[in-house]
Design a protein around this ligand. Sequence first.
Ligand SMILES: Cc1cc2nc3c(=O)[nH]c(=O)nc-3n(C[C@H](O)[C@H](O)[C@H](O)COP(=O)(O)OP(=O)(O)OC[C@H]3O[C@@H](n4cnc5c(N)ncnc54)[C@H](O)[C@@H]3O)c2cc1C
Length: 474
Amino acid sequence: MKTIVWFRNDLRVHDHPALKNASECGEVLPVVILPDRAFPTASDWWVYKSLTHLQLKLVELGSELTILKGNPSSTLSLLAEETQADAIFFNGQVDPVSRKEEMVLLELESLSKVDIQRFDPNMLLDPSHLKTGAGQPYKVFGAFWKSLQQQKIPWPTAAPASLTNWAHEITGSIPLKESGLRSPFNWDATLEQAWEPGETASFEQWATFRDKRLQFYDFKRDFPSLNGTSRLSGYLASGNMGIRALWHAVKRAQEDGIAPQPEAFLRQLAWREFSYYQLFHFPDITERPLRSEFLNFPWLNDSSEFESWKAGKTGYPLVDAGMRELWETGTIHNRVRMVVASFLIKHLLVDWRMGAEWFRETLIDYDVANNTLGWQWVAGSGFDAAPYFRIFNPTTQSKKFDKSGEYIRRWIPELAKLPDVHLHEPQTASEDVLMTAGVVLGETYPLPIVDHSAARARALDAYALIKGKKEELR
Ligand SMILES: Cc1cc2nc3c(=O)[nH]c(=O)nc-3n(C[C@H](O)[C@H](O)[C@H](O)COP(=O)(O)OP(=O)(O)OC[C@H]3O[C@@H](n4cnc5c(N)ncnc54)[C@H](O)[C@@H]3O)c2cc1C
């Protein structure tokens, strides 16, 4: 049997049941179909590097990756016809665009004689499996997590031992370097310093985290200057690492006594699962707030304040440090993600969808489910979200989670010489202190673009406006 294996957000050979099953049925043609994108994003850079790695892995196993561009279903249909393929295997995804692609493929008349099979390794469990006692999807994380912990998570599939190549000249196939995935900015050099994408690197990253940081995760995860989290999100988002493989690896580390209490980390993997689960059950949430009263929110969307936020020039050091870290490295620590998102939504009254779009362009770990639900959580418009009226004070957050200012000093060198006591709010320093530190507010570093107390009061007024207008749409 000749099987096309369609690679998507699963750029790996382990825990890839589509590839494994195809390898057991005969000859295999691995293929990836890239979108025609005018403007590559930071995560496209990650995909580019992952594909470079995947090509090598497939060659080691005896096969080759074919790279095509275009609409997935019509491209696969033409490919199946050209190569006289018997089957197309792929792993499913839950986001609405990918699900639509799958539906179209499954219903194509031209493929009616081709055996099309969908496998399901990209979540811990099939999202239609977990339901409340009333048979409804969970809307509260606590209950979802409790239920998930009682389930048996399927084991990951092993990588195929070898692949039987299916030599064929493919019309329209392109070399990777012509894929258009390279970043137009000067990102590549800085991203390359910060990250090494690919399946092998994902295992190395996991092993380092397991041995050095997993047991301290719960204590260190909230402090951006400490290297306390796994930094696995890029690998998970592109599928360099399978989520089931990671889940079972954590359990093994627990059994082996390397990390006797890994619950806090497993809980974060469950947040990923919950995001995917919600996107599966409520596919329009990338555009619509889950709580319908937020449809009427009076956003201001001031473009110059939005630009200041993007550039890390709001005058709030923790916010600015996070936004600059994002631009330099394609990531932000989770605590700081919450602070920058809250600042945009609540202090500036900018629609969360504009922030989510900026993250889509700049995050190396961009993941439509995690990103959407992260923003809806901060906005208070998600089901089990932070209440809107709980407004982060960026200065208090800064003093609490970056007390010694190590993180701020790393990303805002122009403030580095300020004493700790003024680092979190430079406008409180005297002229003398500022001068000694070489800071000229409004010139070398901006004054706060909004006053915290006034912005807080304005946000609460805006929230009061929509509170009375709740109409239950779901
Ligand atoms: C506004 C906002 C936007 C976000 N956008 C994304 C995104 O596009 N892609 C993304 O992967 N994560 C996103 N997150 C979630 C979280 O910030 C990142 O997953 C985390 O910072 C990645 O670092 P890590 O791998 O070291 O995480 P760890 O703390 O080591 O966690 C391990 C893994 O668990 C998952 N995870 C952790 N926290 C969350 C969470 N709150 N929600 C869902 N999954 C989680 C991730 O897959 C992560 O890699 C967002 C959060 C917010 C508040």
